[in-house]
Structures are given as structure tokens and as C-alpha cells.
Design a binder for this molecule. Sequence first.
Ligand code: ADP
Ligand code: MG
Length: 211
Amino acid sequence: MIILDEITPFAKGGNRICFVHPNNPGRCLKVVHPGLLNEIKKNKSWYKRFRSIKSFDDNLREQQAYNQRALRKGDPAIWSHLAKWYGMTETNIGMASETELITNGDEIAETLETYLFREGITEEIKLSIEKFQTWLREHLILTKNLIPHNLVLGYENDKIVIKIIDGLGSQAFIPLPNYSDFFAKRYVERRIELMWSRINWDLSGRHGNWK
Ligand SMILES: Nc1ncnc2c1ncn2[C@@H]1O[C@H](COP(=O)(O)OP(=O)(O)O)[C@@H](O)[C@H]1O
Ligand SMILES: [Mg+2]
């Protein structure tokens, strides 16, 4: 079992804390905030409604998402814009998802959000977003809404390469995109459209509703 007590997390999201894997600097371990699941459990009315605490676990949701049709095809190009998945790993603070740590040289990659707040929409970032969109359309990767803080900027041959590190999966209520290319195409187009409205909302000072 991996002990994470002595290690300072490099980031925290709304749901999970992220560590560099102590035995493998190329990998990231994410644990659902200790306490978060218990908080939900304590709130009995919620717990009763959903029964299983598992339905709140982002790591389990992600594990299922990595098992989606598009990713089972075995085409290596699948990984060009997605952190690789290495399964679940036991740690002393709970089960962790183990994924590829995206870096920029010796640094941990910054998010698209950080970049946009600093630089705005540059030609360089526009190009890398276009490449990312082409990949989404080509492979019909199902994601939840693509939010700039869930996308990070890796570098390959001095070019920015956008990588999904959170938010894989589908938020369609009826899971047609999981089974049919026709519905998957429509679904992916809508995610791209909404990604741009979120980017523009972020850049315009977040007034009103972004959707
Ligand atoms: N594989 C990764 N490589 C580099 N940075 C990452 C990686 N995973 C997460 N991060 C950083 O950690 C932050 C929080 O991780 P995230 O998976 O989004 O947590 P949450 O599920 O709580 O939203 C991200 O916004 C990003 O800055
Ligand atoms: Mg996140």
C-alpha cells in the first residue's frame, strides 16, 4: 500500500486531491477528498436517496469512463490528448486512480484556464484547441462538459498539446452516444460548442450563465 502522509499534494480539485506518485514521478495519484464521502454519508437524506456511496466517487466514474467504446479500440492515437489510465491503487487515505502525470519539461503542466487568464486567446492556443477538436471528432471521445481547468497543456516538439485530465465520460441522460456513432457525433459537437462558450465566459469575466 502506498503511504501518502508525508507527501504534499500538488493540486486539489473540487472532489479529489492529486499527488505525484512517490515511486513513479511520471504518474499522478488522485484520492477523493478524505472526509468528502463521509460528509455525504452523514447527510442521511441524501444517502438514502442514492443508497450507494459509490455513486459519489469520482474515481469510479472515471474508471468506467476509461472503459468507453472509443478507448477500447486499441488505436494508440487515442492517447494523444488524454492522460493514460493505469487503474486503481490502494493508498493509506483511500483508493487512488493512477494516471499519467502531464508535464512541461520539469514542471507539472498548467491548466488551460491558467494559460487563458494569463495570455488570453493566442494564435498558438487556438491551433492547439483546433487539433484537440479534430481528435475528439475523429475518435468520438465522450466527455462531460470540457472545462478549461480540466484540460492541461503538455508540450511535444515545442508545441502545446491539450490533454484531458478530468471529465471523461458522458452526461447524456439516455446513453445513446455510448452505442451509436450518429448520436456520439452530435454529442461531441455539442461538447465542443459548450467548451467555447465556457472559454468565452471565462475570458469575459464570467458574467451571467456560461451555457
Ligand atoms: N494527470 C495530471 N497531470 C497534471 N496535472 C493534473 C493531472 N490531474 C490533475 N491535475 C491538476 O490537478 C487539478 C485537480 O485535478 P482534477 O482531476 O480536476 O480533480 P477534481 O476531480 O477534484 O476536479 C487539475 O485542475 C490539474 O491542475
Ligand atoms: Mg477537475
